[in-house]
Design a protein. Structure first.
Length: 403
């Protein structure tokens, strides 16, 4: 399928505009990174604890932040989140805090410090313990003591199972706003509900999930992500240098570096966290951008055999115009997909999908706006205007032997 016929755009004549745009984007993005003292890393890379809390109503972010700061939790990031698949998630907030330890007890302590701070900020109505945050162990101990089911032998074991079932039901609901919501839990009777309502209040928040990564593991993940990106670029450079000429490989890698650097600048401007999923998106856009560049270079190689008398700059222009329909179709459809993911995918996928959106746009235009002009510039100044890269090294040897 071809959208355009007889396109004759002078892409190389407009190369200075693409380069200027790239320089502006790089300057703005990296100025933002410098002013904000670096990129914002997620707990995957910097280490820390991530607690997702669900509130009974719209969470007051400023009040939450002040409550955490009042108890000394100042290095925290509070982010409202929402998932289109869960209508109640509009009342969720993600609280990220730094952590120095790596064992389970320190992780539990970080989680409990957040809960304690929120209890001081949002106390229960009657001053009773909060059922939404009570642990299954404490719940089992209370049920065993109060014995609402009038059990005899093995009461502790039965109430331990009931406490776990109640905790599971609470987790499925997200937050309990009425004790009668627990009536569907297996083993719960009106006597159990009455006993719970006498002992506990229902606070207006509940922990949904807790994730934690130690700082040592985070540093290792950060280094491995950097090495993975560099190894991918090196492998692509070697492949393209062998398949075409080294200048083509260098141009393609420079264009990919350009894509990644601009995307990171966008992340700083939007204040999105860099996580493992974002690194996956960056590696994806590296491959996507490289593939688009190779398509253009391959058409340049074919046209070099057919248009030997034409200036190299005209050959590159014609090659880009010939692949324009393919570029628009593939990039356009990919952009629509990741754009929908960005708009409707929820907060969990927001940073990943944003990296894909920015990467597809920047990666597409860098193929003809950055990579191709580099090859043309090299040919003009160092190739004496000759058609560089008419084929791979193997093809050149075969041609020479045929003569």
């Amino acid at each position: 399928m071809e959208l355009f016929h007889g396109v004759n755009i002078d892409w190389m004549g407009k190369a200075k505009y693409f380069i200027t745009l790239s320089l502006v984007l790089l300057a703005v993005g990296w100025a933002s990174i410098w002013m904000k003292h670096g990129l914002l890393y997620g707990i995957d890379f910097r280490g820390g604890t991530l607690v997702v809390m669900r509130f009974a109503s719209q969470p007051p972010v400023d009040k939450i932040r002040k409550g955490l700061e009042d108890v000394g939790l100042r290095n925290t990031t509070i982010t409202p989140i929402s998932d289109i698949s869960d209508p109640n998630s509009k009342n969720d907030v993600q609280i990220s805090l730094e952590q120095s330890g790596e064992n389970d007890s320190e992780i539990d302590a970080s989680r409990q410090s957040v809960i304690d701070a929120l209890h001081k900020t949002f106390p229960t109505p009657n001053g009773k313990p909060d059922f939404n945050t009570v642990t299954p162990t404490d719940l089992a101990a209370y049920l065993t003591q109060s014995n609402p089911l009038s059990l005899g032998v093995n009461a502790a074991d039965r109430y331990t199972q009931l406490a776990r079932a109640l905790a599971g039901g609470r987790d499925r609901l997200g937050i309990v706003t009425n004790f009668n919501q627990l009536s569907s839990v297996d083993g719960v009777t009106p006597a159990v509900i009455s006993s719970l309502s006498n002992q506990y209040d229902l606070g207006n928040f509940a922990p949904r999930s807790v994730e934690s990564v130690g700082p040592r593991v985070g540093a290792q993940l950060r280094n491995q992500a950097l090495y993975a990106t560099l190894y991918a670029l090196l492998g692509m450079l070697i492949y393209i240098a062998f398949r075409f000429e080294w200048v083509y490989g260098a141009a393609a890698v420079i264009a990919v570096f350009h894509d990644v650097l601009i995307t990171l600048g966008f992340f700083s401007l939007r204040r999105y966290e860099i996580s493992l999923t974002v690194i996956a998106a960056l590696l994806t856009l590296v491959g996507y951008s490289m593939n688009d560049t190779i398509v253009i270079f391959d058409r340049v190689r074919e046209n070099l055999r057919l248009m030997r008398r034409e200036p190299f700059e005209e050959i590159v222009n014609k090659s880009i115009n010939q692949t324009l329909s393919r570029t628009i179709l593939t990039s356009g459809l990919t952009l629509l997909t990741v754009l929908v993911l960005y708009l409707l995918g929820g907060e969990v996928l927001r940073a990943f999908s944003f990296a894909m959106v920015a990467g597809v746009v920047v990666g597409t235009y860098s193929s003809f706006g950055i990579a191709a002009p580099i090859v043309v510039f090299w040919n003009k100044h160092y190739g004496q205007g000759k058609a560089v890269g008419a084929g791979s090294a193997a093809e050149k040897r075969a041609t020479a032997a045929g003569r």
